[in-house]
Design a protein around this ligand. Structure first.
Ligand SMILES: NC(=O)c1ccc[n+]([C@@H]2O[C@H](COP(=O)([O-])OP(=O)(O)OC[C@H]3O[C@@H](n4cnc5c(N)ncnc54)[C@H](OP(=O)(O)O)[C@@H]3O)[C@@H](O)[C@H]2O)c1
Length: 322
C-alpha cells in the first residue's frame, strides 16, 4: 500500500528519498502533473497525479504525507482523512490551535492516524540526548541552549504572514520541540526580536526566546535567518548538574563532558531521522496508535510558538497553556 506525497517541493524530496530506502511505494501528487511525473521518475514512484484529490483516491493509497505550505495543511489533512487515509503532516502541524484541534478531531472521528512530521524527534543524535537524560548522565537538567542562526533569503509563500508566518513557526519550531522534549513542558516564555533585516519577509526574520520549563530548567532559543557570517556548523547544548551534552544541529555527533569524563558518539545513517520517522508512521498505522509525535504533540509545540508570538506582541512573559 502506497504513501501519497502531497506537494512536490523541497521537503517532499526528503520523504521520497527515505521512502525509497525503505522500499515503500510512493504516489506523487502535484498541482502540475509534469512535476509529479518528474518526481515519480526520479524517486521510482508508482504513480503521478496532477491533482491531490485523485491521488488520494487511488486504491493503492494507504496514507498521505502533507508537504505543502502552512496555510494548506488544514485543508490537505481534512481532504486526506475524508478519503480514508492516515496522515503524516509536515511541521508546523497548523497555524493556529483551532486548526490543530480540527485536524485532531477529524482524525479521531475518521479512525485514522494523524502524526506530525517533526523529524528532529527521530534524529538518532537528538534521541541520544534524551537517552542521556533518562540515564541521568547529565544529572538534573538546568539550562538548554538552542541556537539556529544563519543567513537565508526565502522566496514565495515563506515571505507571507499567512502561509509562511515567520522564522520561529517554520524552522524554529524544531528547536521548540527539542526544548520541550529535553527540558520539560514550557510554562513561561518571553520573546524579543531585533529590528527586521529581511525587508521582503512579512513574518519575523529573527527571534530570541527565553523559556522556563517544568522542573525549573531554563531554555534560550536563538533563531535567525538574518545573521550574515554565522557558521553553518552549529550545535545545541543541555547542561545538567553533572555534565553538559553538546549535539550537532545536523545530527552528526554528540559530546558529553562533565564530572564523569568525556563521551562522544558519531552518527552516519539517517542523521536527519526521515527513515526512522517513516518507520514510526508505518508502525502507527499498523497499531492504530502514534507512540511519538501525534497531533497533540505537534499542537504542544505550536502552542509554545504562538505563546512566543503573543509575548512579542504584549512585551511580557506568556504561559503557553493560557
Ligand atoms: N522537516 C523539515 O526539516 C522541513 C524542512 C523544510 C520544510 N518543511 C515543511 O514542509 C512543508 C513544505 O515546505 P517546502 O520547503 O517543501 O516548501 P516548497 O518547496 O515550497 O514545497 C511546497 C509544495 O507545496 C505545494 N503547494 C500547494 N499549494 C501551494 C501554494 N499555494 N503555494 C506554493 N506551493 C504550494 C507545491 O507543490 P505542487 O506544486 O507540486 O503541488 C510546492 O512545491 C512546510 O510545512 C514546511 O514547514 C519541513
Amino acid at each position: 500500500m502506497a504513501l501519497v506525497v502531497l506537494g512536490c517541493g523541497w521537503i517532499a524530496r526528503r520523504h521520497a528519498r527515505a521512502a525509497r530506502r525503505l522500499r515503500l511505494p510512493v504516489i506523487f501528487a502535484s498541482r502540475d502533473v509534469a512535476r509529479a511525473r518528474a518526481y515519480a521518475r526520479e524517486f521510482g514512484g508508482v504513480g503521478a497525479y496532477g491533482d491531490y484529490d485523485n491521488a488520494l483516491r487511488d486504491p493503492r493509497a494507504r496514507a498521505a504525507v502533507v508537504c505543502t505550505p502552512h496555510d494548506r495543511h488544514l485543508d490537505d489533512v481534512l481532504q486526506a482523512l475524508a478519503a480514508g487515509r492516515h496522515v503524516l503532516v509536515e511541521k508546523p502541524l497548523a497555524r493556529t490551535l483551532d486548526e490543530a484541534d480540527r485536524m485532531i478531531d477529524a482524525a479521531a472521528r475518521a479512525g485514522r492516524v494523524l502524526m506530525t512530521a517533526e523529524n528532529f524527534r527521530f534524529m538518532p543524535a537528538f534521541r541520544w540526548v534524551r537517552c542521556a537524560l533518562d540515564a541521568r548522565l547529565l544529572g538534573e537538567p538546568r539550562e538548554l541552549h538552542l541556537i539556529a542562526r544563519g543567513w537565508r533569503r526565502h522566496a514565495g509563500w515563506r515571505l507571507t504572514s499567512d502561509a509562511g508566518g515567520g522564522a520561529l513557526i517554520d524552522g524554529g519550531i524544531h528547536y521548540v520541540h527539542a526544548l520541550r522534549w529535553w527540558g520539560g513542558e514550557v510554562r513561561r516564555v518571553f520573546a524579543l526580536r531585533p529590528p527586521q533585516t529581511l525587508g521582503d519577509m512579512a513574518g519575523e526574520d529573527a527571534v530570541d526566546v527565553l523559556a522556563e520549563c517544568d522542573g525549573g530548567a531554563i531554555g534560550v532559543l536563538a533563531n535567525s535567518l538574518a545573521a550574515p557570517g554565522v557558521s553553518r556548523f552549529q550545535w545545541s547544548s543541555v547542561t545538567g548538574t553533572r555534565a553538559t551534552c553538546f549535539v550537532d544541529n545536523r545530527g552528526r555527533w554528540v559530546l558529553i563532558r562533565g564530572r564523569d569524563g568525556v563521551r562522544a558518539r558519531l552518527f552516519w545513517r539517517d542523521t536527519r531521522g526521515h527513515e526512522a520517522m517513516l518507520r514510526a508512521f508505518g508502525e502507527a498505522m499498523t497499531s492504530g496508535r502514534v507512540r511519538e509525535m501525534d497531533g497533540a504533540e505537534g499542537r504542544r509545540d505550536l502552542a509554545v510558538v504562538l505563546a512566543a508570538y503573543r509575548s512579542l506582541a504584549e512585551g511580557a512573559p506568556v504561559n503557553p497553556a493560557c
